[in-house]
Design a protein around this ligand. Structure first.
Ligand SMILES: [Zn+2]
Ligand SMILES: [Zn+2]
Length: 332
């Protein structure tokens, strides 16, 4: 029998080819909220329980094909379930940013084969989260050498919890662990371009990097940016609102009017859109900081609805307005 959740996921697939984990998470969170969990969520306004998240994403990714968008002659955006993926092609072999969900790997291989004849050589992870790394092991067995920030590897070595969803994730298999890690930054010279990998500390997690294709003028922000949505700040694994703002500022400093900026979730963006998102982050941080300075508890800060005038534009993804306020409060 088709459950209501299957129906919601199925209808989402049909209506939005670029459907990201953000939308899925919102649907799944709504479906999985049991009465007991709703009480728990009320007890902690930073929690929207969705304990079956990993399985929900794997079920959805098995069905979803990948949409390919050409960004430059050698750089492509690949979108399915999970975080946005970028592929650079060229004589040195394919370079991939993020690996998506493991059950979507066959769809990803089909999309990669259509780009050119070269093999996949390098895989970069933007951060440790499951929707960006679950496909690592299969792609490593296909021949990819995996590079990430130090904390991505140390987190993938052990089971992890995303507190906001009360969702547990298993440790990655050995083949899914990065083979090379770095603490702050790394420069690659691949496929006639320069690729700068830059760590942004204490941002969405403690493991985030963005990737700048200098000649190609494309930046993948990882989950520093949820385009058009309130973002998840994963406080339990080191995220903070001020670190996210600093990270976004680093991306903005490198971008010009022609830069194509790929968010972790949501549609392809550009500098003006990222500036608008930064303004939203700063506005919410300032308002919540004032409430906190007045001595309001997190529950009182959420009840004050400090984002009421922003919600129509930004409360469109997996993170509800009250949850975002609580995450900002908790990380200040
Ligand atoms: Zn993500
Ligand atoms: Zn993430």
């Amino acid at each position: 029998m088709k459950t209501r959740r299957d129906f919601l996921i199925g209808s989402g697939m049909a209506t939005a080819a670029w459907l990201s984990a953000g939308t899925l998470l919102a649907q799944a969170a709504a479906q999985n909220a049991q009465p007991g969990q709703a009480e728990a969520a009320n007890a902690n306004p930073a929690v929207q329980p969705n304990p079956d998240l990993a399985q929900t994403l794997r079920t959805a990714a098995a069905k979803e094909t990948i949409k390919t968008t050409k960004l430059r002659d050698t750089i492509f955006l690949l979108q399915g379930v999970g975080g946005n993926i970028v592929c650079q092609i060229g004589p040195d072999g394919k370079l991939l940013i993020d690996s998506g969900i493991s059950t979507g790997t066959d769809h990803l291989r089909d999309a990669l084969e259509k780009l050119d004849e070269h093999r996949l050589k390098l895989l970069i992870n933007t951060h440790w989260h499951f929707d960006h790394t679950d496909g690592n092991a299969a792609l490593h067995l296909d021949g990819a050498f995996i590079i990430a920030q130090d904390n991505t590897r140390s987190r993938l070595l052990k089971p992890q919890l995303i507190e906001t969803y009360a969702a547990h994730f298993p440790a990655a298999p050995d083949a899914g662990l990065p083979q090379e890690t770095f603490p702050e930054s790394e420069t690659l010279w691949v496929n006639n371009d320069e690729e700068d990998l830059v760590h942004t500390p204490d941002a969405h997690t403690d493991s985030d990097i963005f990737i700048h294709f200098v000649k190609g003028n494309v930046i993948h922000t990882g989950d520093l940016w949820f385009n058009g949505m309130y973002p998840l700040i994963d406080i339990g694994t080191g995220g903070t609102i001020n670190g996210m703002i600093r990270g976004v500022d680093q991306v903005l400093q490198r971008a010009d009017e022609r830069t194509k900026i790929v968010p972790g979730h949501g549609p392809l963006g550009d500098k003006p859109a990222l500036q608008g998102y930064r303004e939203m982050l700063v506005t919410v941080a300032d308002r919540v900081e004032k409430l906190k300075a007045q001595g309001k508890t997190v529950e009182e800060a959420v009840a004050a609805k400090p984002t009421a005038d922003l919600d129509a534009e930004w409360a469109k993804g997996s993170i509800q307005a009250g949850t975002f306020v609580a995450l900002v409060y908790d990380s200040l």
